[in-house]
Structure formats: C-alpha cells, structure tokens
Design a binder for this molecule. Structure first.
Ligand SMILES: C[S@@+](CC[C@H](N)C(=O)[O-])C[C@H]1O[C@@H](n2cnc3c(N)ncnc32)[C@H](O)[C@@H]1O
Length: 292
C-alpha cells in the first residue's frame, strides 16, 4: 500500500490536476471558519468566501472520484444547510446526514439548547454507492432488555460511541503532544472515526483522499487497512509531523483494537484486510514527541 503526503493548498493541487489517481473515498475535515488558530489558514473568512472555497473543493474532488465513490464532509451542526447545498451544487448525491454525538458534556449556549454533536454528510457520486459495507456493532443493551443480541445490530446514522479527542484529559495518549504536554493539533480526529468511515465506504486497495489532512489520521488508518491514501496539508509543520506519524506507527495509532467492535459484520476480515499482514507490516513503534 502507498501513501502520498503533499504540502500545499489543496485547491492548488486539485486545480492543477496534480493527483494522478482516481479516488474512491474522500474525507473532508476542513477548518470550520470559527476563528480558531491556524498558522497557514485564516479561520475567520467572510462566509461567502469560505463556502465558495468549500464548493470548489467539493467540485474538484467530485471530478476526481470514481463513479459511486464517496465523500464524507464533517462540519459543525450550525453549518448543515451550507454543507448540503455545497454537495448538491457540485453533483454529489446525499446518502446520510450522520450525527456524531460527542461523549463530553454539551457546550452550553444562551437562548437555545446546548450543542452536543457534529454532522458528517455522507454522499456518493451517483445514486448508488460503489462500495458500502454494512457494518454491525454491539451497542450496550438498554436496561430493560432481557436477552443478549445474537449478532449485534447494523450501524445507523447516529454515532454515539466514538470519543472525541478533547483538549482535556480525555484526549489521552492518542492525541499527539508537544514536549510540554500541549496537544500538537487541537483538531486531531479520533482514529475510530476514520476506521468506521473507511471500513464502510472502501475496499482493500482503494484510493482515499484527505484534502485537509492535518496530522494524517486518514492516512494512518488507510495504511493499516491496506488502502492507498493521499493527504494534502497546507501547514509544513503538520506535514512534517504526518510524515513521522506514518513512517513510524506509534502504539496508540494501532487500530487492531477496533476489530472486535465490528466482529458481527459479515466478511469483516475481507473488508479489514488481512490482520496478520497488517501487523507484520507495522513498523517500529515508538512515542512521537515534538519540540514546543
Ligand atoms: C480540522 S484540521 C484536520 C485535522 C485532521 N482531520 C486530523 O486528524 O489531524 C484542518 C487542517 O486543514 C489544513 N488546511 C487549511 N486550509 C487548507 C488548504 N487550503 N489546503 C490544505 N490544507 C489546509 C489546516 O492546516 C489543518 O491542519
């Protein structure tokens, strides 16, 4: 399996057709334009400009995607209408609006309900997905249930079992840290989220694109699931980290621990790729520390 890391603005790369492979699955986790600190990106853009840029990215990714290929576009819930419009305008067919319910307490907001989820719009190029593996999970039984389920349940569009990497102690060891203990990247996505997306919407050997790759979570999971991947990241410091993260997989980044969560899924070993091979391919394991 190969992975390619590109340090550039994703619009440049996509507009200039620098990607030579057709894509089967794209994951978009852009900055949400909420005035967060990014070294190489203005996260406080005029709304129209921001959504025009997102529309361009969605269109360029669409053009690069194989028929039936998928896009997963993550955003904060207040932008749902823009995300849906952006996908519709650029030709994508909406399959699900996934609710990723957070594990930590809701963010209180005056005058309305507290915020407790993020959205992930899942859409395909054409009405029929080229690949959609119906995963089965085993959520805890509700208290009034008498009998254990025999075979889990199909995954739905509400995901409440994946913990976000918050800035607090919950971030645990999965969050990459600087030497002073601060998180390297405040928006690092949990591996478990990418495991779910990649298992659902791709096959072994497929090509996966992340135009806003950050710390490279998508590439790290794709590699271990035997998919090829391309990550584009504008910030050279993040890009360097991504290279190191992929070059030497940390113990915290190993994804074998999630295999059992999907054990009731038909053909899981085929969807996952050979377990043994992945383990033997896994390179040296060591902690990843960065100077502050
Ligand atoms: C929300 S973060 C992605 C985090 C990522 N999912 C992870 O697990 O680390 C968005 C990333 O997009 C990068 N970025 C912003 N504008 C970009 C652009 N035009 N092209 C490529 N990368 C960009 C930022 O530097 C940031 O690292």
């Amino acid at each position: 399996m190969t992975y390619q890391i590109i340090n550039d603005n994703c619009l440049n790369v996509l507009q200039n057709k620098l990607i030579k492979h057709n894509i089967d699955l794209a994951f978009l986790d852009p900055p949400f334009n909420q005035n967060k600190e990014y070294a190489y990106h203005n996260d406080n853009m005029n709304e129209d400009k921001y959504w025009s840029m997102m529309t361009d990215v969605c269109k360029l990714v669409f053009d690069l995607t194989n028929n039936g290929g998928a896009i997963y576009f993550m955003q904060r819930e207040k932008n749902t209408e823009y995300v849906l419009a952006c996908l519709r305008k650029t030709g994508w067919f909406l399959q699900n609006l996934i609710i990723w319910k957070k594990k930590t307490s809701a963010v209180p907001v005056a005058g309305k309900y507290g915020k407790h989820y993020q959205i992930i719009a899942y859409a395909t190029k054409g009405e029929k997905a080229k690949t959609f593996n119906r995963l089965r999970i085993e959520p805890p039984l509700p208290p009034n249930y008498k009998y254990q389920r025999e075979n889990g349940v199909f995954l739905t569009d509400v995901w409440d079992d994946i913990r976000e990497l918050t800035s607090g102690y919950y971030a645990g060891n999965e969050a990459i840290r600087k030497e002073n203990g601060e998180r390297f990247h405040k928006q690092q996505t949990p591996l478990a989220l990418l495991v779910r997306i990649i298992l659902s919407s791709s096959k072994v050997g497929d090509w996966i694109l992340d135009p806003f790759a950050g710390t490279g979570t998508t590439l790290c999971v794709s590699y271990q699931l035997q998919r090829n991947s391309i990550g584009i990241e504008i910030d050279p410091i993040n890009t360097e980290l991504m290279k190191k993260r992929l070059d030497v997989i940390r113990e915290e980044d190993l994804i074998q621990k999630y295999y059992k969560d999907y054990i009731c899924t038909e053909n899981l070993s085929e969807i996952w790729g050979s377990e043994c091979e992945v383990q033997s391919e896994t390179k040296l394991i060591q902690p990843l520390m960065f100077k502050s």
